[in-house]
Design a protein around this ligand. Structure first.
Ligand code: CA
Length: 507
């Protein structure tokens, strides 16, 4: 049968089997989109705040490859997580359900892999599914044809991975190793099925250990300090004052690379000593104190954090280049996000957890040339709760009624539904625990944020993000905001009922 005859045959009698015959006659890229369904490449990092991405206006670094996704696709300016901590965010994405329903309320809980997840649904619908990189959910991955994950948090240098249950040792820097693994999997795929690859980096998670290639990047520059580096929390309550995640008090010698990390080869150790030895000597000689010491620690911290991101940016560039050269770019939805935001010295902090802006926000850029206008920007309130639903929608798989988010596909197409959400609900649980961020829940609208801290405390905070974007002044008890407090309290109650959250103190 000639190709032309085949096409005519299919036009009249198109079947799944017939389409795969056609696929055999065309290029690899088209073949991967059998039945016209797109591939899904979900790239997620750990703790990458959007204010360290140049397409979000970063004042401290450049991320040309990450920016490419935004330039060729859509950038979301109000993407938020529902519980700002690593494993719980991942569980929300997999299930499309809030933490109290998927069971993973904090990092101590093991993920119940027997429950419904979007990769399982895609796999049932004929997708080839894979997870490569950081998993961090304690139980083995389920719903994947292929998995190759870091054990637990993983390590930066010479990491081990667990491939389908078998531990393998690698030599090199974790971001590069995981990128090699992801490219190997993409290149080794059999044609015929569309794929969904979840490609999760460990970087730039604490302790922010850079790859040898970028050890000296930023050595000769001062990184600008955030305006709130010396925040004294006078405008806020006990929760902000009693946390344990400050650069001044919490950051360790290990964080600051004043002790060398383990597991280096002798060549890597030599590079490390050459890069850090003189810096450590300079520190000891300077005998810094007070604000000067905080400033020194901030530089040390942020440079390593940004060096880790430089490797991530390079990794994403390699993967995008592969999509281009393999012909997969046109029919692949590429997403870049991070599991939550992070404090880059903002409020004097590192880490996440709080519902305050820097850790609530997630970077989110999406490229899909078939449906997204290049260079578009969306300001609607979107959540990590929506990701699974979006992928199912793009794959033509119906979204189960018990998933709690909503597909972003209309937004990607530039058509926000008139009944799109105008507020979002947040709930953080991990307390008492490391970093001592108290339990809280809250609601955020485009302009306001109402937070209620509970457990060993009962305090409310309200921020007017228009007049106070850095959230320096709690106006909950300001009579001028009495009406706002009233309305948002009703909205908070409504959201808790909508999402069926009866955990924590009743409103
Ligand atoms: Ca994280």
């Amino acid at each position: 049968m000639t190709r032309q005859t085949r096409r005519e045959f299919l036009k009249a009698f198109g079947t799944v089997a017939g389409l795969s015959v056609l696929s055999g006659g065309v290029g690899r890229g088209q073949a991967s989109g059998a039945k016209g369904r797109p591939n899904i490449l979900f790239i997620m990092t750990d703790d990458h705040a959007s204010h360290a991405m140049s397409c979000y206006g970063s004042k401290i670094n450049k991320t040309p490859n990450l920016d490419r996704i935004a330039t060729e696709g859509m950038r979301f300016t109000n993407s938020f997580c529902t519980n700002s901590i690593c494993a719980p965010c991942r569980a929300v994405i997999l299930t499309g359900k809030y933490s109290h329903l998927n069971g993973l309320i904090d990092n101590a809980v093991k993920f119940d892999g027997s429950q419904q997840t979007f990769p399982k649904l895609l796999r049932q619908a004929g997708y080839e599914t894979a997870i490569i990189g950081k998993w961090h959910l304690k139980s083995d991955p389920t719903g994947f044809d292929y998995w190759n994950i870091l054990p637990g948090q993983g390590v930066y240098y010479n990491p081990a991975t667990i491939e389908m249950g078998v531990q393998k040792q690698h030599t090199g820097y974790v971001t590069d190793v995981l990128t090699d693994n992801a490219l190997d999997w993409l290149k080794g795929r059999k044609d015929g099925k569309p794929f969904c690859l979840m490609f999760h980096h460990k970087a730039p998670h604490r302790e922010w250990e850079p790859g040898p290639k970028y050890l000296t990047l930023y050595d000769d520059v001062e990184i600008p300090e955030p305006a709130t580096l010396f925040d004294d929390y006078t405008g806020r309550g006990r929760a902000a004052k009693e946390q344990d995640m400050s650069i001044e008090k919490t950051m360790t010698k290990r964080d600051l690379k004043l002790v060398t990390p383990g597991k280096l080869t002798s060549e890597q150790q030599a590079k490390w000593d050459a890069a850090y030895g003189p810096k450590n000597k300079a520190f000891e000689e300077a005998n810094l104190q007070g604000k000067d010491l905080v400033r020194w620690k901030y530089q040390r911290y942020i440079k390593d954090y940004l060096r880790c991101i430089a490797s991530v940016d390079e990794s994403v560039g390699r993967v995008l280049d592969y999509l281009d050269t393999s012909g997969l770019a046109e029919n692949t939805v590429v997403i870049y996000t991070s599991d939550q935001g992070f404090y880059l010295g903002d409020h004097g902090w590192f880490d996440k957890r709080f519902m305050y802006e820097e850790s609530l926000r997630m970077p989110l850029v999406v490229r899909y040339p078939k449906e997204i206008r290049a260079g578009s920007v969306n300001d609607d309130i979107v959540l990590n709760l929506d990701f699974g639903e979006t992928f199912l929608d793009c794959a033509g798989v119906s979204v189960p009624a018990d998933m709690q988010g909503r597909s972003l596909r209309p937004l990607l197409q530039g058509r926000t539904p008139s009944d799109w959400r105008t507020s979002m609900y947040y709930h953080y649980y991990e307390y008492p625990a490391v970093h001592s961020v108290k339990r809280h829940y809250g609601v955020r609208t485009q302009r306001y944020k109402l937070i209620r801290f509970y457990n060993d405390i009962d305090e409310w905070e309200l921020y007017d993000l228009q007049s106070d974007p850095d959230e320096m002044q709690n106006v909950y008890n300001d009579p001028r905001y009495a009406e706002v407090v009233k309305e948002l309290t009703v909205e908070l109650k409504r959201l808790r009922a909508q999402y069926n959250d009866t955990t924590g103190a009743p409103v």
